[in-house]
Design a protein around this ligand. Structure first.
Ligand code: KG4
Ligand code: ZN
Length: 341
């Protein structure tokens, strides 16, 4: 089976052709970072216009890079939510138009479902597995039981982890999005210099909270202003150290909850943009090893938003005989639980 996937939920216009043998046959992506950087965040209206400009070109590019033509495609999948509504409408409408004109099935994909299934595309792992999804918009532990079948066992009660990285980076005068820059800066800092709070420390379960940490980082920056290069690096390192302490504690709790229901599964995976952070990855790797689990993270370019993850989710659902209705609308919010496409 070969599926075309289209992703337009945030600030990446992306498309890919993937087959059911886990092979990414062709892919193309345009990141709008340069458009949004000066506003220090994604501007929805500008994002939507950029998707309108680029969506067809990116899809053409995907076909131009390969010998496959639209005739070889078995289904067309596009992100239908959650995300920014203007962008979602562009990708979804494009997918429906291609589907109608080629008479090939159309699939409305949940973006989080696609992130959660990506470790199966890249590493061929079996269900069920424990997944930590850490992106700019979401931070959750999922028990991934099948395509569209997830149980949320932990969630953030305020900010997403990527958001906390971006806000801290902004405070330190780094660019947007600042996660990767902050990771770089932290390497030259003293992680023990500042003691930041660990919200929900010692609490049962595996929910997260990052807003108290964010406030404490801001207060520390204000107290030490003007910030020298060394203080900035020390704040970055101490922030990242605290984040990893939090993740380690919550991961141990998540493993316990997951294992109770799935005693035979020994796989932990991570996905989402923040999962490309090496320091976080090594923390997770250690916790996984400690519990006798294998730890899987897709390559960075498949952790962040991309077309291949949407095409792969399309394959997983299509193999179960699913096809979406053309009446399926874009959804700014769309829960993972009780998912129906
Ligand atoms: O998954 P993603 O590309 O988009 C969303 O669906 O949100 O994640 C983007 C987030 C941003 O907040 C970015 O700062 C963060 O991932 N990020 C990182 C790193 N690379 C990207 N955070 C920490 N360390 C990194 N190396
Ligand atoms: Zn995403």
């Amino acid at each position: 089976m070969i599926v075309l996937g289209i992703e337009t939920s945030c600030d990446e216009t992306a498309a890919a052709i993937v087959n059911s043998e886990h092979k990414i046959l062709s892919e193309s992506i345009h990141s709008q970072l340069d458009t949004h950087r000066k506003y220090l965040g994604v501007v929805p209206e500008l994002a939507a216009r950029s998707h309108v400009d680029l969506c067809d070109k990116i899809i053409m590019d995907v076909f131009n890079k390969t010998d496959f033509t639209i005739k070889d495609i078995d289904a067309i999948a596009a992100t239908a939510g959650p995300g920014l509504i203007g962008g979602l409408l562009v990708g979804l409408t494009t997918a429906k138009a291609i589907s109608i004109s080629t008479k090939k099935p159309f699939l409305a994909i949940n973006h989080l479902d696609a992130h959660a299934l990506t470790p199966r595309l890249t590493n061929k792992i079996e269900f069920p597995y424990l997944l930590l999804l850490i992106s700019g918009g979401h931070t959750m532990f999922l028990s991934v039981e099948g395509p569209g079948k997830h149980i949320i066992i932990g969630n953030t009660i305020d900010d997403a982890l990527g958001e906390a990285y971006d806000k801290t980076a902004r405070l330190l005068g780094l660019g947007y999005p600042g996660g990767a820059e902050l990771e770089k800066l932290a390497k030259s800092g003293n992680e023990k210099r500042f003691k930041f709070p660990r919200p929900l420390k010692g609490k049962k379960g595996c929910n997260f909270s990052f807003s108290g940490l964010k406030t404490s980082v801001r207060q520390t920056a204000e107290r030490n202003a003007p910030l020298s290069a060394q203080v900035k690096a020390d704040i970055a390192a101490s922030f990242q150290y605290t984040v990893c302490e939090v993740i380690a504690e919550k991961m141990r709790n998540a493993i316990e909850i997951f294992s109770h229901k799935n005693p035979d599964s020994k796989i932990i995976a991570a996905a989402g943009g923040v999962a490309s952070n090496l320091y976080i990855k090594s923390t997770l790797e250690n916790i996984a090893q400690e519990g006798g689990f294998a730890f899987i993270v897709p390559p960075s370019k498949y952790c962040t938003d991309n077309g291949a993850m949407i095409a792969w989710a399309g394959i997983e659902h299509r193999l179960l005989g699913v096809k979406s209705d053309y009446a399926f609308d874009a959804r700014a919010r769309w829960s993972l639980e009780g998912l129906k496409i």
